[in-house]
Design a protein around this ligand. Structure first.
Ligand code: ARG
Length: 467
């Protein structure tokens, strides 16, 4: 018999049942569902709707259902359309008629909204840690190669020399913003919809604030109609994931370019590459390719859920059941992917010789223009003058460094013998000692700040776990 079977004379269409069931994917909510139900039973007892003995029976029954899920012995039946139905059905088998009191004043609408929030809060805590590991790996590599100079690129063309550590840290800060965004998503997920009923609110005077507190929520939802239809927190989570995935994809792309034979700046650990079934010499960066590839899927999930939501009338609509598969897919993907990316970064080997050989003195043209600026020439003019020097060097088939002083002086008398001191990559890097610049000391400060941002987070998250 179905939970809602009373008013129906005929059985459901078999295909419709299969089409409508969510048990295939929402089973994973069992622990959250049972937690929510135990807390709800407590609220019913406090409101005098069930006795202390009944509360005891329900709680023990629910714990037993949970144990069956955990042991893998829970038996699904064909009529278990979703996790809520399945748990309640089994509870009835275990404790008898009292199970029928659990749903007093509750609807699957406020129940499912509560379950997903509880589930997601646990996952967010794990994901924050996993993301932190990638950040730690970036910091470790930066500390290991603190002083190495690499070509810095804009438009994927050599631009100015920078420290490898500075480049690594550029990804740290992207991920740090992702941490901050996730903390923000977490805040809006920590809102309790339980007590909203189907859409109009609970008629039995249950204490919503106590219920929210028992479940670890920060506050209760303000409007029962909104509470059962609100999936903003899932949209925000998917948006967070899509942007994080874009960042990871960018890092993956750059590492793939740099690990190509043509660049050879870095080498990926064998653990993260695969061979070819045809070409014996191949070592393919599969992990990184998949990280790049999955960005499409993640962005798609966000667009998909937004599209599901856009035409919905108020409160609960069955369309909302479509929120779960993208959510679970994103979580499953990131739970594998973040530790993998941490591993890729941590085991990355750098080929200093290849990096150094790639440094082209053309990247110091800006420093040459800056040299003229220090001699009192306005930058726009010095830029132009150095441009002429670049052209002249090209005509003569030499580098800027090899161009003779007489050639420079023919362009402008402000060029002096000391101009050649500019052709020093280390000097160029060290000139950028401004906060956030690539000079060694500035990068050291940056890494310290990154470390303290992480330490703050670590303290914060243990506080959260203690609560
Ligand atoms: N499986 C449903 C979902 O995921 C649970 C809520 C069903 N509510 C209802 N009124 N049919 O959204």
């Amino acid at each position: 018999m179905k939970l809602w079977g009373g008013r129906f004379a005929a059985a459901s269409d078999e295909l419709m049942q299969r089409f409508g069931n969510s048990i295939g994917f929402d089973q994973r909510l069992y622990a959250a569902d049972i937690r929510g139900s135990i807390a709800y039973a407590g609220a019913l007892a406090r409101a005098g709707l069930i006795t202390a003995a009944e509360l005891e029976q329900l709680t023990r029954g629910l714990e037993q259902v949970r144990a069956e899920f955990e042991a893998g012995t829970f038996q699904l039946l064909p009529d278990d359309e979703d996790i809520h139905t399945a748990v309640e059905r089994r509870l009835g088998e275990l404790v008898g008629v009292v199970a029928g009191k659990l749903h007093t004043g509750r609807s699957r609408n406020d129940q499912v909204a509560t379950d997903v929030r509880l589930y997601l809060l646990d996952e967010i805590a794990l994901l924050r840690r996993a993301l932190l590991e990638v950040q730690n790996a970036l910091i470790e590599q930066a500390a290991k190669h603190l002083e190495l100079i690499i070509p810095g690129y804009t438009h994927l063309q050599q631009a100015q020399p920078v420290l490898f550590s500075h480049w690594l840290m550029s990804y740290f800060w992207k991920l740090q913003r992702d941490q901050e965004r996730l903390a923000d998503v977490e805040r809006r997920t920590r809102v309790c919809p339980l007590g909203a009923g189907a859409l109009a609110g609970n008629p039995f005077g249950i204490d919503r604030a106590a219920l929210a507190e028992a479940l670890g929520f920060e506050r209760v939802s303000e409007n029962s109609i909104d509470a059962v239809g609100d999936r903003d927190f899932i949209v925000e989570f998917l948006a967070w994931a899509a942007l994080l995935q874009v960042h990871l994809s960018q890092l993956a792309e750059e590492l793939m370019i740099w690990s190509s034979r043509e660049f050879g700046f870095v080498e990926l650990d064998e653990a993260y590459t695969t061979g070819s079934s045809l070409m014996p010499q191949k070592r393919n960066p599969d992990v990184l390719e998949l990280v790049r590839g999955k960005a499409g899927r993640m962005i798609g999930h966000l667009a998909g859920l937004l599209t599901t939501l856009k035409g919905l009338p108020s409160s609960y609509n069955k369309d909302l059941q479509e929120d779960k598969e993208p959510l679970f897919d994103v979580i499953d993907t990131l739970r594998l992917e973040l530790p993998l990316m941490a591993g890729v970064v941590r085991t990355l080997r750098v080929n200093r010789a290849r990096v150094e050989a790639a440094l082209d003195s053309g990247m110091l043209a800006t420093d040459l223009a800056d040299y003229l600026v220090r001699k009192g020439i306005p930058f726009r003019e010095s830029h132009h003058l150095v441009g002429r020097a670049v052209r002249r060097a090209e005509e003569l088939g030499v580098s800027l460094r090899e161009l003779e002083l007489s050639e420079y002086q023919a362009i402008h008398p402000a060029f002096g013998k000391d101009l050649y001191t500019v052709f020093d990559f280390r000097r160029s890097v060290e000139m950028r000692s401004v906060e956030g610049g690539t000079a060694l000391e500035a990068v050291r400060v940056q890494i310290e700040r990154a470390q303290s941002a992480i330490d703050q987070f670590t303290n914060w998250s243990t506080d959260q776990l203690d609560n």
